[in-house]
Design a protein around this ligand. Structure first.
Ligand SMILES: [Zn+2]
Length: 255
């Protein structure tokens, strides 16, 4: 299995933050190999086995994993006892300060985001594509972490995982105008008759406005479409593909 660990959180004890690639699971094409999503048409037994492989690799109890039925919304939920691996909530961001409860966001081009508050010891996982970014889901998640856990913009740490970048994410004029009308024209790039969007640029502008500095942010600078051999890409793989994941976990003990 090939996963990417956060460098930003590497020196923090009792927290683990990782992104998966498509390498190292048991799913057959077009979901090869480490597809983690049940809703994309893959064999459920393969997806379940991939999840168990990842849980063993990172070190958590699979039943405790909270993943999400993601709907491109701005809905942020606090983890509770009703949420388990077998019963995921419908939302696009989840937060907790509970120990040994891993939070997972899945994606195939959208930006998977992991949040860590080292002072109050709280975490979050966020799914932000174009719609989520324009609906400020990341900022809403930070606001909810501040409200419930006291998380400060001065100390929170944020990791943007592998996602489609402006090199490959072509959009139409309607979307380009919508992005511009919200003040994010710097996220739009024109090349001859084509228009491209850098969703991460919108997210980074929002974080800067929220008072978060570059030193608090890590961007895993990998375009999922350019590197669709390593990641699942909804666009590059003709929509029929699997999902990678970001996973963050507060550990009760070093293991
Ligand atoms: Zn690209």
């Amino acid at each position: 299995m090939k996963t990417i660990s956060s460098k930003l959180l590497a020196t923090s004890s009792h927290v683990s933050a990782q992104f998966t690639t498509r390498k190292g699971g048991v799913s057959q094409p077009p979901y090869d190999e480490l597809n983690l999503a049940f809703h994309v048409g893959d064999t459920p037994a393969s997806v379940a086995e991939n999840h168990q492989l990842l849980a063993t690799d990172i070190g958590y109890v699979l039943h405790n994993l909270i993943h999400m039925r993601q709907i491109h919304s701005d809905r942020v939920l606090i983890a509770d006892d009703t949420m388990t691996f077998e019963s995921p909530p419908q939302c696009d961001a989840i937060i907790t300060n509970r120990l040994d409860i891993p939070l997972m966001v899945m994606s195939a081009d959208c930006t998977p985001i992991l949040l860590y508050d080292p002072i109050n010891r709280a975490i979050g996982a966020v799914h932000a594509g174009r719609a989520g970014a324009l609906n400020s889901i990341l900022i809403k998640t930070l606001a909810d972490m501040e409200k419930h856990y006291g998380t400060s913009a001065d100390t929170v740490q944020i990791i943007l995982g592998p996602s489609i970048h402006g090199c490959c994410y072509e959009i139409n004029e309607t979307i380009a105008n919508e992005v511009k009308s919200q003040g994010y024209q710097d996220a739009v790039r024109r090349e001859e008759n084509n228009v491209f969007l850098e969703v991460n640029a919108i997210l980074l502008m929002q974080l800067k406005e929220y008072g978060i500095t570059a030193a608090q942010i890590e961007v895993i600078d990998e375009c999922t479409s350019c590197h669709c051999d390593d990641y699942f890409s909804y666009r590059a793989n003709s929509q029929n593909t699997g999902r990678i994941a970001g996973v963050i976990l507060l550990r009760s003990s070093l293991s």
